[in-house]
Design a protein around this ligand. Structure first.
Ligand SMILES: Nc1ncnc2c1ncn2[C@@H]1O[C@H](COP(=O)(O)OP(=O)(O)O)[C@@H](O)[C@H]1O
Ligand SMILES: [Mg+2]
Length: 228
């Protein structure tokens, strides 16, 4: 379980969050929704210690980030975007690296097969399309086998078939008891996959009831267009 207590953060004089508190249970998918530039990526970076927080703010399965940083981070996987993959290394290099560093028992072969990555498994990252790189990133999350997964806009650049495939993976990870925090602009997908939906507005999180349907209407109500 991830516990966030009284999280505040500013970039210089731009306040991004004020007094956020929430928890993510095991086997739960939390959707993080907000317009571009609101703070989704910033929140994910805060949750894994890439940006500073207070001493008592973050606790993961009883371990505080502040005092047990390495043990805390071992239980978590986050890579902000597929732009951060190593251009000159292959897909296989990336997956092997994650398996070793996270001491994971998840086998690479079946993951590559189920995500249909066989045709580019031995290619270097710079020769892949955006959709392929998104698959590599998802495979890294699966192979990490981390208890908590923070996933930033994983559906960007995917075709509709791949979106369904990714949603199935999220639900399989949930069924294994993983905690997932997923930022997304795909409001139909959010409705299908998330247990809790947080809309980020006015430096705080709003726990919005998931209708189980396309959440676009709720989104438009919450974030009205200028002049509407
Ligand atoms: N490294 C940074 N330094 C200063 N301001 C930043 C930095 N990263 C993001 N910001 C600002 O923080 C706000 C939230 O950014 P971000 O978390 O990337 O939003 P989102 O992921 O929701 O699109 C934006 O206004 C952005 O300009
Ligand atoms: Mg972002």
């Amino acid at each position: 379980m991830l516990e966030v207590k009284d999280l505040s953060f500013a970039y210089k004089d731009q306040q991004i969050f004020e007094h956020l508190s929430f928890t993510v249970e095991d086997g739960e998918i939390v959707g993080l929704v907000a317009p571009n530039g609101t703070g989704k990526t910033t929140l994910l970076k805060l949750l894994c210690g890439l940006l500073p927080t207070g001493a008592d703010t973050l606790t993961l399965n009883g371990l505080k980030l502040y005092s047990k940083r390495i043990a805390y981070l071992k239980q978590l996987f986050f890579l902000e975007s597929s732009n951060q993959l190593y251009q000159e290394l292959t897909v296989r290099d990336h997956l092997t690296y994650v398996k070793e560093v996270w001491h994971s028992k998840v086998e690479i072969g079946p993951v590559v097969e189920s995500l249909e990555m066989g045709s580019y498994y031995k290619k270097v990252i710079k020769d892949l399309s955006l959709g392929m790189k998104q698959h590599v990133l998802l495979a890294m999350y699966i192979i990490s086998d981390a208890q908590t997964m923070l996933i930033d806009e994983p559906l960007n650049g995917l075709d509709p078939t791949s979106i369904q495939e990714f949603e199935e993976v999220f639900l399989q990870l949930k069924a294994k008891g993983k905690s997932l925090v997923i930022s997304s602009h795909q409001m139909d997908s959010v409705g299908r996959t998330c247990d809790h939906v947080f809309f980020l507005k006015d430096q705080t999180l709003h726990d919005v009831t998931n209708t189980g349907q396309d959440m676009m209407g709720v989104y438009n109500h919450f974030f009205p267009k200028a002049g509407a």
